[in-house]
Design a protein around this ligand. Sequence first.
Ligand code: G4P
Length: 527
Amino acid sequence: MNVGSEAARRRTIAIISHPDAGKTTLTEKFLLYAGAIQEAGAVHARGDRRGATSDWMELERQRGISISSAVLQFPYGDKVINLLDTPGHRDFSEDTYRVLAAVDAVIMVLDTAKGIESQTLKLFQVCRSRNLPVITFFNKYDRPGRDPLELLDEVEEQIGLRPTPATWPVGIPGDFRGVIDRRSGEYIRFTRTARGASLAPEELVDREVATREEGSAWQVALDGCGLLEAIGADVDMPSFLAGKSTPVFVGSALTNFGVRMLLDAVADYAPSPQPRDDVDGAPRPLEAPFSAFVFKVQANMDPNHRDRLAFARVCSGEFVRSMDVTNARTAKPVGTKYATTAFGSERETIETAYPGDIIGLINAAGLQIGDSLFAGPRVEFPGVPRFEPEVFATARPVDTGKFKQFRKGLAQLDEEGVVQVLRDPDMGDADPILAAVGQLQFEVFAHRLESEFNAPSRIESAGYQAIRLTDEASVERLRRIGGIRILKRGDGALVALFENRYRLQRLMSDEPELTLIPILGGVIQDN
Ligand code: G4P
């Protein structure tokens, strides 16, 4: 098998959206349009989904088909699409961000009625910090919502991405008729199917017929297109690939309107995997022997399999199950006999994989987030970045006699990236502060501490509002200011925790000589 041509077919993407914007619905419709399922519509009733560890696992249960809860792979035309899950809802955690380190492009789904919401904004900022190409989908156009021109402004203002509509709606939100494909000038009219169970019929309608039949809706759409043309908002591949502009598609995942065009854009616009730079900045050619990096480690996802799964994205070469692979950090061999594609209740063994694909390694002991795996010449890729924690908590063992177990769990769960453990340099493991992106991480931490290390713990919210990286030179001064605590992260980095965000801002402007660096280039800083 030719690695170069296999890599060229891959599109490795994630869908990001605010809860309820339609990510799960769109995922299912992608499967429908790719021919992976014959009928859609079984995914609904939010109430039923409560308690599911992942929307996709629920999707899998309801549809009785094998869908992984972490990655879906399906062919679309001559392409192979790898769609990675970005856990949202209550499951929002550092893992959601880490997924973005493993994809080549993202689809950002906005609810037309709501526009950009807080969670989307954070994810978007991470995309921007990585210059990830973003395709935007204005969803739920079948329902009353906001003016699309207003939404374009919002994308530009809040995220700084220049929106370039590829399609433009005919009809207002709630009375959606179809779209004008601005690239070809064609008008595509849609017809609903019941609950969008099957493909929506698409009809190419002549402009004269459109003028006659769509009336003022057609005229408004033409005016909108005229305006977009006047400001030069056309799809522009170089700036899209550089993460500076975003092609926009309008549609309705529920009724299937615009889904095919969006999927086509993934196939045609999203980049195929490119050679990945190693720690020294030298790219590992796609055709070089196998290499991959671990972007997520998950334990006990499924109560029936009490084991650990490391998710690795293939960067170069061909992966063949059972091949000899080395972990660059430890120089130790890594077992690949139990490589899997499916991470839900049904796992499928994977035999081969190519750049862009995600492999799951079961019980590959000692694998950590950020580890590089290779066959042939050694390679070490830069680690997966750490993200700015937003919630903080104290942790103590309930039973002081279990301090040893508590300590052991603390060390391992920190290493796995379940939470970030911050320690007082003078106090060691006593009274650590846990830092995370979402509360769920604390729940997972407490659960695992109890079930795997037999150390029930008491986790209580700690009153900090912000965190910054700092250095020895600034520590002395920071220690003399109230409301600040200096701690050390697992990797040895010094951090300052602030009880008051406003105080931090004051300090940064009053004493600019102090080292107070936002984690991951200001991602959350603008909030
Ligand atoms: P999420 O994964 O991003 O959280 O969103 P999800 O797909 O679960 O969709 C959230 C709700 O929005 C669902 O309704 C879904 O049916 C609805 N939805 C998704 N896309 C569209 C769309 O294009 N138009 C309209 N009108 N609704 C859409 P629900 O009430 O939670 O469930 P259900 O009973 O309607 O299935």
